[in-house]
Every structure is written in structure tokens, then in C-alpha cells.
Design a protein around this ligand. Structure first.
Ligand SMILES: NC(=O)C1=CN([C@@H]2O[C@H](COP(=O)(O)OP(=O)(O)OC[C@H]3O[C@@H](n4cnc5c(N)ncnc54)[C@H](O)[C@@H]3O)[C@@H](O)[C@H]2O)C=CC1
Ligand SMILES: O=C1O[C@H](CO)[C@@H](O)[C@@H]1O
Length: 326
């Protein structure tokens, strides 16, 4: 019988567990849809929701949670909820967290992530999320290449761990090896337990994954089908494996991560799909390796946000700086 992805958990370096399958919540055109998506996912067995202040979807997720708790479908402690602090909110991550908690209707999150290792010039409410000068250039509070204020921002997450009960664990997102190396050397007490990164067969980056595992940092894979347009699902091997195991292409894309110890964060506006992509086909080591090899020749990154330039990631579109990093 096929195992269920919703039954798998991983243990983080601080001893807490993270469910392998998490629902992504980047907003669809109508963010109200998130309420029904979350209810559908939790009823189908998902216990992990990935969100962020930046997504603007937390109030709809909050409405879903309220209903699920009131109906007795799940209790708060059954769920693993992640939120993130955006770079423009770096001066006061606790305020960002408070806003997220209020919208979610919760008094703690299971995981609070630094969304990107950069700091942008927002006001005390993190606004605007993308501050720009008169020429349209992003305004950073430090040099994205050499500055280290992003480490100060991480230290504020450590303070939240020490001084409040609002978060169970802290971690990072979009950290490259060079940034992570700098951060790990500067951690005061609470190492990041997670690095949430883009990862799928078209973007193999085993060096970063290995570096994280060697340092006890769990990988959560975002954009598992390559984000909008789902390019990963068009791959021949993904389709062949889906036929062989009699599962959907999404389930192959998820299994690629879960079977190798990574949590995965698929998103879909299609409620039927949300419900049905929970089986975990038992791919062989050879098949997992073959999926990895697909992107080795010409890796493609689909999340190429402007603030990601210069972070030391390989294959960042148009980024010449990253070549000098590792
Ligand atoms: N930490 C970070 O910076 C980031 C985190 N994330 C998190 O990861 C989650 C997932 O990543 P996403 O980029 O949202 O992308 P994804 O890779 O899950 O792709 C979602 C897109 O693929 C489409 N899709 C899925 N299955 C399909 C199918 N069978 N046929 C046709 N289309 C299909 C969906 O309709 C949607 O447009 C996000 O919602 C968010 O929670 C995403 C991006 C960045
Ligand atoms: O988490 C995130 O989602 C958006 C859109 O994919 C991206 O900019 C951000 O890092």
C-alpha cells in the first residue's frame, strides 16, 4: 500500500518535529480563496501551513484555522504553522510577528523564518515592502553583498526565542552557503533549524543541501513544481514515474524531497488537487538520482526576485556577483 506524505515528520536540530508536507500560501488572484484551501488541506491530513507577512494571506488562513478549531477538526497543537519576517521589517521582527499572530488568530507559530538575508529600508510597519528611490532602485539598509545587518535581523529572532513564547523555533530562508556560513559563525544561541529554499529537479543544488545537512539545518523545498506554469511537471521522467507508480505528477515532485529528508511546500488553487496529492510513492534511489541529474546540465531558477541578486546563489538569473562567492 502506498504510504501517505501526510504521515511523515522530520526531526529538527532542536528536537521539534516538522511535518513533511506543508501547504504553500502565496496568494492566488483572490486571496480569500486561501480560507477554503487551508480547510481542504487540513481535512485531507496536512498538518503544516507555510505563510508569511509578505503574502497578505494570513487573515484568510486565520479564518480557516478558527473554523477548523471550532469544528473540532484539529487542535492548535496538531498543526505546524510557519510565518516569516520580510526584509523591510528587519528593524522590528517582533512587530511583524505580532501582526502575523493577530491575523492568524494564534498566540505562537511553530517556526519563524527570516524571509531573505537582506535588509530593505521599510518604516516601523515594514512598509513599503519594496522601497525604491526616484530611479526605481531598491533601497537597502546595507550593501546586499558586504553588509551584515541581515545578521542583526537574525539576532532579533534569537531575542524573540529567548524573551517570549511566541515562537517554537526559528530559521532562515533563501540563504546561500556563503551567507549561511557567516550567519552560523555569528549565531548567539539559537542556530537556524530550517533553510527554506527553491529546490526541484530543474534546480539541483546538492552543495547547499549538503552544507545545510552537515550543519544540522533542515531543508524545506519551495516551488516544488517550479512555481507558476509548473514546468517541473512537464518533465518526461516525472510523467513516466507517475504512470509507473500510478500517482499524480505532483506526488512524484513531492516524493523527490520527502524521500530524501526534506519537507516540501506545494501550492495549488485547485481544491481537488490539494486533497489528492498526499500519496508518497516509494521511488528507488536510482530514480531519485535520475531526477536530480535532470537539471545538472542547465539548472533553472524560477524565483529570481530582485533582492536575491548578490546573495551568493549559483545560477541567479543575470547575477554576475554570485560567481565570486564560493
Ligand atoms: N521562502 C520563499 O522565499 C518562498 C516560499 N515559497 C513557498 O512555497 C510555496 C510553493 O511555491 P510556489 O512558488 O507557490 O510554487 P509551486 O511550485 O508549488 O507551484 C504552484 C503553481 O503550480 C501550479 N500547479 C501545481 N500543480 C499543477 C498541475 N498539476 N497542473 C498545472 N498547474 C499546476 C499551481 O496552480 C500554481 O500556479 C509558496 O506558496 C510559499 O508558501 C514560494 C516562493 C518563495
Ligand atoms: O516567498 C515568496 O514568494 C514570493 C513570490 O514567489 C517571493 O518573492 C517570496 O520570496
Amino acid at each position: 500500500m502506498t504510504q501517505l506524505a501526510t504521515d511523515v515528520d522530520f526531526v529538527l536540530s532542536n528536537g521539534k518535529t516538522i511535518p513533511a508536507l506543508g501547504l504553500g500560501t502565496v496568494p492566488p488572484e483572490d486571496p480569500h480563496e486561501l480560507k477554503e484551501q487551508v480547510i481542504t488541506a487540513v481535512k485531507a491530513g496536512y498538518r503544516h501551513i507555510d505563510t508569511a507577512w509578505y503574502y497578505g494571506t494570513e487573515e484568510y488562513i486565520g479564518q480557516a484555522l478558527k473554523q477548523l478549531f471550532e469544528e473540532g477538526i484539529v487542535k492548535r497543537e496538531d498543526l505546524f504553522i510557519t510565518t516569516k519576517v520580510w526584509p523591510s521589517f528587519w528593524r522590528n521582527p517582533e512587530k511583524s510577528l505580532d501582526k502575523s499572530l493577530a491575523d492568524l488568530g494564534l498566540d505562537y507559530v511553530d517556526l519563524f523564518l527570516q524571509h531573505w538575508p537582506v535588509v530593505l529600508h521599510g518604516d516601523e510597519n515594514g512598509l513599503p515592502p519594496q522601497p525604491r528611490d526616484k530611479d526605481g532602485k531598491l533601497i537597502y539598509d546595507d550593501d546586499p553583498v558586504s553588509g551584515i545587518k541581515y545578521i542583526d535581523a537574525y539576532h532579533s529572532l534569537e531575542d524573540i526565542m529567548d524573551n517570549t513564547s511566541k515562537v517554537k523555533s526559528i530559521g532562515v530562508s533563501n540563504y546561500s552557503i556563503p551567507k549561511l556560513r557567516k550567519l552560523l559563525a555569528a549565531v548567539r544561541k539559537h542556530k537556524p533549524v530550517v533553510n527554506q529554499i527553491e529546490y526541484h529537479p530543474l534546480l539541483p543544488q546538492q552543495d547547499l543541501v549538503k552544507y545545510c545537512y552537515d550543519n544540522g539545518v533542515h531543508i524545506s523545498a519551495y516551488s516544488p513544481v517550479g512555481s507558476n506554469g509548473a514546468p517541473v511537471l512537464k518533465l518526461q521522467l516525472i510523467n513516466e514515474l507517475a504512470s509507473k507508480y500510478d500517482v499524480s505528477v505532483n506526488e512524484i515532485a513531492n516524493a523527490y524531497h520527502i524521500l530524501q529528508g526534506r519537507s516540501v511546500l506545494p501550492r495549488s488553487s485547485n481544491l481537488e488537487r490539494i486533497k489528492s496529492i498526499i500519496r508518497l510513492p516509494n521511488l528507488t534511489t536510482e530514480e531519485l538520482n535520475a531526477l536530480y541529474q535532470i537539471g545538472v546540465e542547465s539548472p533553472t531558477r524560477y524565483i529570481n526576485d530582485e533582492w536575491g541578486y548578490g546573495l551568493g546563489f549559483k545560477w541567479w538569473k543575470g547575477d554576475t556577483l554570485s560567481k565570486d562567492f564560493d
